[in-house]
Structure formats: C-alpha cells, structure tokens
Design a protein around this ligand. Structure first.
Ligand SMILES: Nc1ncnc2c1ncn2[C@@H]1O[C@H](COP(=O)(O)OP(=O)(O)OP(=O)(O)O)[C@@H](O)[C@H]1O
Length: 254
C-alpha cells in the first residue's frame, strides 16, 4: 500500500477581493511509496505548496481525497513532519528547546526530552549549539534546527516546502548533501517542493513535474541515477533535458 495516496484531488480557493474562484489543482492523482523521495517541480503558482499543505492537513481538498497510511487526512498529525521555507523557530527558546518543542508541549521529563533532542541536534550537525538562540544562528543552521524538529517526532512522512531556497548556493548544496545522507541512513518518505531542476534531480528518487493553471501532474519521472549525483554527468543532463521539455510543453501551451 502506498504511504501517500492522492486521488482525484481538486482545490479551489475563493478570491474574496476579486469575487472569483481560483482553481489551484484539478484532478491530481499520485501514489507515493515508502522510502521514496518525491520532488514536486513546476512553475510558480502551479499548486505545489497547495498539494503539500493538503498532505500536511493544513488545507482540505475541494474534491477527492488524500490518505496517509490508508487514513484520510483531516488535519495535521505527528505522522507528518513539516519543514517550511522559513524555519519558524521560537526566538525566545534555545536550539534544544526548539528541537524538542513538540515533546515539551506534551509535558514529562525535561531531562529526557533534552537527551532526545541532543540525538537529533547531533544528527543535523549542530553539536555545541544546543544553548544558542535562533538570532545567533545562520540561515543554514536555523534550517537544520527545523529539520531536527521535524525528524524528532519520527514521522512516517517528511514534507518540505522549498526549505533551502533562502540559502546561498554553497550552503544550499551542502544542505542538499546532508539531507540525502539523513534520508539514506534513516529512510522514510519525503515530499519536497522546489523550483530548482538541479535541486530536484540531485535529491529525488522521482520528480513529479506539474503544469500550471489549473495545477495538474504532467509526468512522474523516476531518477535512475547513482548517488552522490553528478550534475555534470551525461545521464544527469539527459534527464534534465527531458524534465525541461516537460516544463516547456506547459509554457508553449499557455
Ligand atoms: N489561501 C489562498 N487563497 C487564495 N488563493 C490561493 C491560496 N493559496 C494559494 N492560492 C492560489 O493557488 C494557486 C497555487 O498556489 P501555490 O502556492 O500552491 O503554488 P506554488 O506552485 O507553490 O507556487 P510558488 O512556486 O510560487 O510558491 C495560485 O494561483 C495561488 O494564488
């Protein structure tokens, strides 16, 4: 059984200001299997974030269904960890309390929660920064805190919405490498929204190419490339050309 099942999903938003309906997604079907790393790629406004938000349970489909582990998604849950573009850290809490935030909210032994947080702080390479505050961290470090916080709940699915887009090129490439290593060591199912073709081809087991207005899935492209990915290799560039063609079909029709 797929971990995520999206069946016939449509999403319309009411634009109250202009008194019109915006169809963000129309007839989206997608099955995501365990341990797949799915990159959602498509032009701005094609509904990538809307689709991710529906898996996260922040939005409900207008039509169709979204299931995780066979259960209909009706709201957010601990089985789905979300990492946003901005890491949404609590500025008044040190790193370890930000990482352990959901555990601390549940109550219980603070010392035990700190030890649990430490495991994930170490995992994302922030050892020594446990007591730093968000204002003392770089963009990449803040994003690592967000990733550690999402991993700590041991979710079935990690949902990431352009988590590295605000980072400089070098930090982004480093974070991409670290994310792949984490995913390879701990396994799990990832859905990752990106604008970047290279990023999608570097990270994913599959790229889901979306078309715009209303958002639909144009193609699911399996990435049969060895890791670590070599962005200069002929195989990488063949796939890049194919994905670019998929994106361009959309542009030439619009
Ligand atoms: N809450 C909302 N209210 C009204 N319209 C919305 C809302 N959220 C999204 N939309 C519209 O739905 C469409 C899809 O938006 P969405 O943010 O999902 O696209 P996206 O592919 O993630 O875009 P980007 O790559 O620019 O972040 C857009 O036309 C957007 O204006």
């Amino acid at each position: 059984m797929p971990v995520i099942e999206i069946n016939g999903v449509c999403k319309a938003f009411r634009d109250a200001k202009r008194n019109v309906e915006v169809t963000a997604l129309a007839g989206v079907d997608l099955a995501v299997e365990r341990n797949q790393f799915i990159c959602l790629l498509g032009p701005s406004g094609c509904g990538k974030s809307t689709l991710l938000n529906m898996i996260a349970g922040f939005e409900r489909p207008t039509e169709g269904s979204v299931k995780v582990d066979g259960q209909l998604v009706t709201g957010p849950g601990a089985d789905r960890g979300v990492v946003f573009q901005q890491p949404t850290l609590m500025p008044w809490l040190p790193v370890w309390e930000n990482v352990a935030f959901h555990l601390l909210m549940r109550g219980g032994q603070k010392g035990a929660h700190r030890r649990t947080a430490q495991t994930f702080i170490d995992m994302v390479g922030l050892t020594g920064f446990e007591d730093h505050y968000p204002a003392e961290l770089s963009g990449g470090m803040s994003q690592r805190v967000g990733i550690a916080r999402a991993l700590l709940m041991n979710p079935r699915v990690i949902l990431m919405d352009e988590p590295f887009s605000a980072l400089d090129e070098q930090t982004r490439m480093q974070m991409q490498g670290e994310l792949v290593r984490l995913w390879q060591h701990h396994e799990g199912t990832v859905v990752f929204v990106t604008h970047g073709i290279d990023e999608a081809l570097t990270l994913g087991t599959h790229v889901v190419v979306m078309s715009a207005r209303p958002g639909k899935i144009r193609a699911v492209v399996p990435l049969d490339l060895p890791r670590p990915r070599d962005i200069t290799s002929p195989a990488f560039n063949d796939l890049k050309r194919y994905v670019l063609e998929m994106l361009h079909v959309d542009r030439s029709n619009s």
